[in-house]
Design a protein around this ligand. Structure first.
Ligand code: C2E
Ligand code: CA
Ligand code: CA
Length: 232
């Protein structure tokens, strides 16, 4: 399924995030926080990520061929797989096979990989050389290292829903969101707020200078068909 990302200034959809769903014949809908974790432990995460990347890129190319304006396609990448040797070659192969424009693909990684290991730095660089966009997911939770922000090249910071949730009632959260936006901009990164559920949150984010928002206020994650119908 795909969840729209909205440009706050104009209210337009500028991208979508691909989110995995598993419909099990007996268990019904299984949530990603259950099966992604198991996939990581059982070695299934590689074929799963490959399937998600492939499906998402094919969908983006299909939308484009149908004449829809270009949308950025964001895909979540598990830290364990991101650090794997064959990850970059896999991305390159999928871009070639699907005809996806690298600059329209964004890979979301959590702060767990944002550490200044030499290996991580070279993977970030190799992906940048391919031309794909990179964003730091769940920013502000996990273990953030300011040192890694200094070394890594990426495009967007995604402010975690945890801060968006109570920024209207908790002054500290509001200050932290403001600080993240300002810091991100000073370092030349775009900001994406996740889990935006109310118009009040949207207006505050706009006032604080955040450029992109994603959340139930606009749409939950929906099928590709629903995206096509809504957008155009
Ligand atoms: P995430 O990357 O932080 O994705 C955002 C999650 O918040 C999604 O849950 C989305 O449906 C939900 N969400 C979005 N807007 C709102 C809102 O306004 N309110 C509320 N309450 N929730 C909102 P989902 O789809 O259940 O995914 C959970 C997590 O599973 C994701 O968190 C991501 O870490 C992981 N995940 C999902 N798909 C994939 C995948 O293909 N690969 C990998 N490695 N991880 C995935
Ligand atoms: Ca994400
Ligand atoms: Ca999150």
């Amino acid at each position: 399924v795909y969840q729209p990302q909205i440009q706050i200034r104009t209210g337009e959809i500028i991208g979508v995030e691909a989110l995995c769903r598993w419909h099990h014949p007996r268990l019904g809908q299984v949530a990603p926080h259950e099966f992604i974790h198991i996939a990581e432990r059982t070695g299934m995460i590689k074929p799963l990520t490959e399937w998600v990347l492939n499906t998402a890129c094919r969908q983006a190319v299909a939308w484009k061929r149908a004449g829809f304006p270009a949308l950025r396609m964001a895909v979540n990448i598990s830290p364990s797989h991101f650090l794997d040797q064959d990850f970059v070659p896999m991305v390159e192969r999928i871009l070639g096979e699907t005809g996806m424009m690298p600059t329209e693909l964004e890979l979301e990684v959590t702060e767990h990989v944002v550490q200044t290991h030499q290996q991580n730095l070279s993977i970030f660089q190799a992906l940048k050389d391919l031309g794909v966009l990179l964003s730091i997911d769940d920013f502000g939770t996990g273990y953030s290292s300011f040192a890694s922000l200094k070394h890594l090249t990426f495009d967007h910071l995604k402010i975690d829903k945890y801060f968006i949730d109570d920024m209207l009632v908790d002054f500290k959260s509001r200050l932290l969101v403001g600080a993240m936006i300002e810091m991100g901009h000073n370092l030349d990164h775009g900001l994406i707020a996740e889990g935006v559920e109310t118009a009040e949150q949207y207006h505050l984010l706009r006032k604080l200078g955040c450029e992109t928002a994603q959340g139930y206020l606009f749409s939950p994650p929906v099928s590709a068909d629903e995206i096509s119908n809504r957008t155009y």
